[in-house]
Write a protein that binds this ligand. Structure first.
Ligand code: 3PG
Ligand code: MG
Length: 406
C-alpha cells in the first residue's frame, strides 16, 4: 500500500506512556549475546523517547516459545546489554501477561523510565494476533512506536494488532531501514544492480521475479546459480542443484530479458570433490565441470566479471553469499566481491544495501559490514520486502494516499 510513513517528528511524548516494539531477538549462546547488532539498533529510539520524558515500555519477542512461558526464552538476560546501549537504567518486568505485573509496573513508572517487558510470545494471543491480547497491550500505553522492521512481516498482536488501537508511528530504526530500502529498489540512482546468492532458488523465486523488474543487471552466485546453469544445458557435476526447477529458472531468464535486465551467471568456478576445510580444489571453466566434482565458489574470471560490473553501478543490492563461505577456502569469491563493493562505497561511487539471512554473516566474515551504506538486520522481513510484498507491520504505520479516480 502506498502512503506516507508516520514518524516521530513533531510528536509530543512528554509524560506519555510510549510502547516501543523492538526486535531484541539477538543470537545467544550459553546465556550470552553473540551479536548485539539488534540491541544497538533498538537503542537510539528508546533514548530519544526517554530524553523527551516519555515512560518507555519496550516490547519484543525472543525466539519461538509457542505461546507459553519457556524460561530459556526469557528476555531477562538482554536487559544489561540494552541498558549499556541506551546508556540508561532499564527495568525488566517478568510478566507472564496474565499475572498483571505489567500493569502495576507501568503505574509506578516515572517519565524518563525504560521498562523492558517479558517476551510477548509467552502469550498465545501474540502470534494469533488475537484482538483481546492486542487490547491488553494497547491499554498499557498512549502511543505505539514500531521500531522493528525485522519482525514487521508478522501480523502479530505486538506488531500489527496494537498499531490499529493506538496512535502509531515508525521508530528511528524503522525509518532508516525503509529509507535505505527505498533508495535501492524504490527510486534508485541508476544503473542499479543486484548480487543474489545463496543455496536454493526455491526460497527466492518471488525475490528474483521482482528484482528482474527493478534492476538493470542481476549477478547470480552461490549454489542457486547451478540451477540456472543446468537450465541452460550445462552439466554441474555433483553440485547442489535443484534440477526440478529448471523450468522456473528458464522463466526467470525470459522475464529478465523482457524487462531489459541483464543476468550474469558464472563463467568459471572453484570445484572440489568434498566440502571440507582445506579440501583439494581447482578452477574449472563452466562448461568443463568434472562429473565427480562440486561447484563451491565463483572462479576468478567470474569474480573479475562481477567486480567490473560493480564499478559501473551507482546502486547495489546484495543478498546471499556467492560460495560456501563458511568453509575455508570457499569464501574467497564472496570476500573479494564484498571488498570491491565496500571500496566503491567508501569512495562515494556506490550506494550499497545488504540484508537477508546469511548475508550479514558473510559480510562480517569479509570484514566489511561497517563499509556498506546500509546493512539490514532483517532476515525473513528483508526477503519478503525483496519480493515486493506489503509488510503488515509497516502498512499499518502509513497514512493512506487517496487514489485519484477517473
Ligand atoms: C528474525 O529473527 O528474523 C525476527 O526476529 C523474526 O523472528 P521470527 O522468524 O521467529 O518471526
Ligand atoms: Mg530468527
Amino acid at each position: 500500500m502506498s502512503g506516507t510513513l508516520r514518524t516521530l517528528d513533531g510528536i509530543d511524548v512528554a509524560g506519555k506512556r510510549v510502547i516501543v516494539r523492538a526486535d531484541l531477538n539477538a543470537p545467544m549462546k550459553d546465556g550470552r549475546i553473540t551479536d548485539d547488532a539488534r540491541i544497538r539498533h533498538a537503542a537510539p529510539t528508546l533514548l530519544e523517547l526517554a530524553d523527551k520524558d516519555a515512560i518507555v515500555i519496550v516490547l519484543s519477542h525472543f525466539e519461538r516459545p509457542g505461546g507459553k512461558v519457556v524460561a530459556e526464552f526469557s528476555l531477562a538476560p538482554l536487559r544489561t546489554s540494552l541498558e549499556e546501549q541506551a546508556n540508561r537504567p532499564v527495568r525488566f518486568i517478568p510478566t507472564d501477561w496474565t499475572n498483571d505485573l505489567h500493569v502495576s509496573a507501568i503505574s509506578a513508572a516515572r517519565p524518563g523510565d525504560i521498562l523492558l517487558m517479558e517476551n510477548t510470545r509467552f502469550h498465545p494471543g501474540e502470534e494469533a494476533n488475537d484482538s483481546r491480547f492486542s487490547q491488553t497491550l494497547a491499554s498499557l500505553g498512549d502511543i505505539f512506536v514500531n521500531d522493528a522492521f525485522s519482525v514487521s512481516h508478522r501480523a502479530h498482536a505486538s506488531v500489527e494488532g496494537i498499531a490499529r488501537l493506538l496512535p502509531s508511528f515508525a521508530g528511528r530504526g524503522m525509518e532508516a531501514e525503509l529509507s535505505a530500502l527505498e533508495r535501492v529498489l524504490g527510486d534508485p540512482q541508476r544503473p542499479v544492480g543486484a548480487m543474489v546468492g545463496g543455496a536454493k532458488i526455491s526460497t527466492k523465486i518471488a525475490v528474483l521475479e521482482n528484482i528482474v523488474k527493478r534492476v538493470d543487471i542481476l549477478f547470480i552466485g552461490g549454489a542457486m546459480a547451478n540451477t540456472f546453469l543446468h537450465a541452460q544445458g550445462i552439466s554441474v557435476g555433483r553440485s547442489l542443484c535443484e534440477h526440478e526447477l529448471g523450468k522456473v529458472a528458464e522463466r526467470i531468464l525470459k522475464q529478465a530479458e523482457a524487462q531489459n535486465c541483464t543476468i550474469v551467471l558464472p563463467r568459471d568456478a572453484i570445484v572440489a570433490k568434498e566440502l571440507a576445510p582445506g579440501a583439494y580444489h581447482a578452477i574449472a571453466k563452466i562448461h568443463e565441470i568434472p562429473e565427480d566434482a562440486m561447484i563451491l565458489d565463483l572462479g576468478p574470471t567470474t569474480v573479475a566479471d562481477i567486480a567490473n560490473g560493480f564499478a559501473l553501478l551507482r546502486t547495489l543490492l546484495w543478498n546471499g553469499p556467492v560460495g560456501a563461505f563458511e568453509i575455508e577456502p570457499f569464501g574467497l569469491g564472496t570476500f573479494a566481491l564484498a571488498k570491491v563493493a565496500a571500496d566503491l562505497t567508501r569512495s562515494g561511487k556506490l550506494l550499497t544495501v545488504a540484508g537477508g539471512g546469511d548475508t550479514l554473516a558473510a559480510l562480517a566474515a569479509a570484514g566489511v559490514s561497517k563499509s556498506f551504506s546500509y546493512v539490514s538486520m532483517a532476515g525473513g522481513a528483508f526477503l519478503e520486502w525483496l519480493e515486493g510484498r506489503d509488510l503488515p507491520g509497516v502498512t499499518v504505520l502509513k497514512t493512506p494516499t487517496l487514489e485519484r479516480r477517473h
